[in-house]
Design a binder for this molecule. Structure first.
Ligand code: PGA
Length: 246
């Protein structure tokens, strides 16, 4: 099915390296009755807890850039498809940063494997504070975006997440004006470079909370949110999704 702009906003939780069996199962129970009419809900737990997600779409936070074989500690895209993941995040800034040093080439390889295995890739892009202060935010995001998305990307197999690094986990979300300018810019890049690029969803991520969700989610070209800290409590996560209605 082709995604169109009047379809649902995607509210995606990225648990990062948090939660355990008990809290994951309790979270899933809390999601049993959420309204799915206008929101598509997604949870991306650490690998061991993915299969505890039964009441929303399920996703992974990363996958291997390799197909299969002797890659100790890696989890392949085909394994994620095998456990019925719908989505996989690739290129999160915490993986692009020094600890993992992922380049946009690696991110593109991962996105390709996600797509080849029938899932949707959530490709993250975003500038650091230093890059923004040097006036390079738009160039950095454009470069990451064009290098990270595979050639056969379409609105139904890829979602973009704009996550300014300086807004992640800091409690300070980007301003509506910054978000609007960057999302409009990304939309233009997608329109010129991707088939049906005007319909590809663009999520905002970085300190999204219940009290700023309505403002952020009502900006033009913000088609959902990628949520870290506030996705660890079902109550907060659900409140963010409900803000879509307001
Ligand atoms: P945050 O994280 O909501 O805790 O800022 C967002 C993310 O890293 O995806």
């Amino acid at each position: 099915m082709k995604w169109t702009q009047d379809m649902k906003k995607l509210i995606a939780g990225n648990w990062k390296m948090n939660m355990n069996t008990e809290s994951a199962k309790a979270f899933d129970q809390a999601m049993a009755k959420v309204d799915e009419k206008i929101v598509e809900w997604l949870i991306c737990p650490p690998y061991p807890y993915i299969q505890h997600i039964t009441n929303t779409k399920r996703g992974a936070q990363d996958c291997s850039a390799y197909y299969s074989g002797a890659f100790t500690g890696e989890v392949s895209a085909s394994m994620l498809a095998d456990i019925q993941c719908d989505y996989c995040i690739v290129g999160h800034s915490e993986r692009r940063a020094e600890a993992h040093c992922e380049t946009s080439d690696i991110v593109r390889q991962k996105a390709q494997l996600v797509i080849d295995n029938g899932m949707t890739a959530i490709v993250c892009v975003g500038e650091t504070l230093e890059e923004r202060e040097e006036g390079k935010a738009f160039d950095i995001v454009e470069g990451q975006l064009l290098k990270s998305i595979p050639n056969d990307t379409r609105p139904d197999n890829c979602v973009i997440a704009y996550e300014p690094v300086w807004a992640i986990g800091t409690g300070k979300a980007a301003t509506s004006c910054d978000v609007s300018n960057m999302h409009n810019y990304i939309r233009e890049i997608l329109k010129s470079n991707v088939a049906d690029g005007e319909e590809m969803r663009i999520l905002y991520g970085g300190s999204v909370k219940p009290d700023n969700a309505a403002e952020l989610l009502n900006i033009d070209n913000v088609d959902g949110a990628l949520i870290g800290g506030a996705s660890l409590k079902a109550e907060d996560f659900i409140a963010i999704g409900k803000a879509v209605e307001s």
